[in-house]
Design a protein around this ligand. Structure first.
Ligand code: NDP
Length: 445
């Protein structure tokens, strides 16, 4: 495999799509040797076929704000690969959304979904709509207008979207309501649904819980655990709050949360009533920093800074892509970080990842660490198909098992001669092999 030539050709075809090219490079570098050892893959050109999405939809979303003004956003759905199951992946509503970001996320999703052991293909979608500061009515009207287009191309056996940045339980509710009205069916077409209408227990917390379960498996390889450790995490959204909750439950102290403007450091720990308070603020669409630091004076806000300068044992980047750069990685390494587990998708820049691997830090990529979210979505789909609702223990146990199995796959394919586990390589190779073999079995389509 000639990686530089493949990337050069891809860049010519997809100019300026930096995130997408970054994600493809990482996977190709990891799978190069396994690909070369298996000439059957090259014989049907798996690489060119796997880096190209099956199809991309873009559409106009017109909606009316509270003042009566008509606004237009762009909607997307990237159906990347369905070799092992229906397309599956979240919807992101954020002003930064563009095709490059959704292609990177959809590409990553192929391998992540493969790792979960469940039959799900890879997809991603969303819009450049900014939910910040919007009223409930505006969010509802936007979601309805978005679904007016999206419903034509999704379905419980074809493509099953879920949440991501800017899309939580409320948005899934509005999207699902409109889908049901248009399609005239009650089905598992979206995951992350409310508990009373087809949702699964644990789904809201699943990505964060899974992140901590995975990090715990990593720590176990060194005879360590969360007990008594200091945790720095970023963001405070769907993923971060679940991670904060579970890390605290396992005996750790979470000392940071962050937003695009900076981070909050609370040396007393962010747990219990503080987490509840933060959730209330988020639910009411308020900025969380100012009220939090007013309410809990032990906390300080560090504007324009990343939480990775705070000494910690465990770092959980849970906010967004490329939020942890080379300097952040150096700060963490100099402060003797033990484990870095990516709750977000591709939060570490390639230079930061290189440093973690070079220093043999326990480091694992988002596609393995945060796969608990989509795995629990897969469990939600199973429950919807069976018209059943599993009890909390059962879902949590299955999530736990899936995270352990993903960890095992990473160890199998990522352990080097010196015993160091390269989780990036392990996750990419394990995820790739399953999809590539399925593509091989199904012919050139
Ligand atoms: P949310 O929108 O719920 O939360 C994102 C959080 O990150 C918010 O607190 C946000 O702050 C903060 N944030 C946004 N941009 C930045 C930035 N540039 N620097 C620092 N903080 C920032 O999203 P999710 O929790 O759903 O998703 C977070 C990450 O996890 C994403 O990479 C997503 O793809 C990934 N992921 C999510 C899954 C899920 O189940 N939701 C599943 C698997 C992966 P503010 O609100 O102030 O903007």
């Amino acid at each position: 495999m000639n990686i530089e030539k493949i990337l050069h050709d891809l860049e010519k075809k997809n100019p300026g799509e930096l995130e997408y090219l970054q994600a493809v490079r990482e996977v190709l570098e990891s799978i190069e040797s396994v690909y070369n050892e298996n000439p059957q893959f090259a014989s049907v050109n798996i690489i060119d076929r796997i880096v190209e999405p099956d199809r991309i939809y873009t559409f106009k979303v017109s909606w009316v704000d509270d003042t009566g003004k008509v606004l237009v956003n762009r909607g997307y759905r990237v159906q990347f690969n369905n070799a092992i199951g229906p397309y599956k992946g979240g919807l992101r509503f954020h002003p930064s959304v563009n095709l490059s970001i959704l292609k990177f996320l959809g590409f990553e999703q192929i391998f992540k979904n493969s790792l979960t052991t469940l039959p799900m293909g890879g997809a991603k979608g969303g819009s450049d709509f900014d939910p910040k500061g919007k009223s409930n009515g505006e969010i509802m009207r936007f979601c309805q207008a978005f679904m007016l287009e999206l419903w034509k191309i999704i379905g419980p056996e074809t493509d099953v979207p879920a949440g991501d940045i800017g899309v939580g339980g409320r948005e899934i509710g509005f999207l699902y309501g409109m889908y049901k009205k248009l399609a005239r069916e009650n089905s598992g077409v979206l995951t992350g649904k409310g508990l009373n209408w087809g949702g699964s227990l644990i789904r809201p917390e699943a990505t964060g819980f899974g992140t901590v379960y995975f990090a715990n498996e990593m720590l176990k390889t060194k005879g360590e655990s969360f007990e008594g450790k200091t945790v720095a995490l970023s963001g405070f959204g769907n993923v971060a709050w679940g991670a904060a909750l579970k890390a605290t439950e396992l005996g750790a102290k979470v000392v940071t949360i962050s937003g695009p403007d900076g981070y909050v450091y609370d040396p007393d720990g962010i747990s219990g009533e503080k987490i509840d308070y933060l959730l209330e603020l988020r639910a009411s669409n308020q900025d969380i920093v100012k009220p939090y630091t007013d309410e809990f004076p032990s906390a300080q806000f560090h504007p324009g800074k990343h939480p990775w300068e705070v000494p910690c044992d465990i770092a959980l980047p849970c906010a967004t892509q490329n939020e942890l750069d080379k300097q952040d990685a150096l700060n963490l390494i100099n402060n003797n970080v033990l484990c870095v587990a990516e709750g977000a998708n591709m939060p570490s820049t390639p230079e930061a990842v290189e440093l973690f691997l070079e220093h043999k830090i326990l480091f694992a990529p988002g596609k393995a660490v945060n796969a608990g979210g989509v795995a629990t979505s897969g469990l939600e789909m199973s429950q919807n198909s069976m018209k059943l609702c599993w009890p909390l223990n059962e879902v949590d146990q299955r999530l736990h098992q899936i995270m352990s199995s993903i960890h095992e796959q990473c160890v199998t394919y990522g352990t080097g001669p010196d015993g160091y586990v390269d989780y990036v390589k392990g996750a990419n190779v394990a995820g790739f092999l399953k999809v590539a073999n399925a593509m091989l079995d199904q012919g050139v389509i």
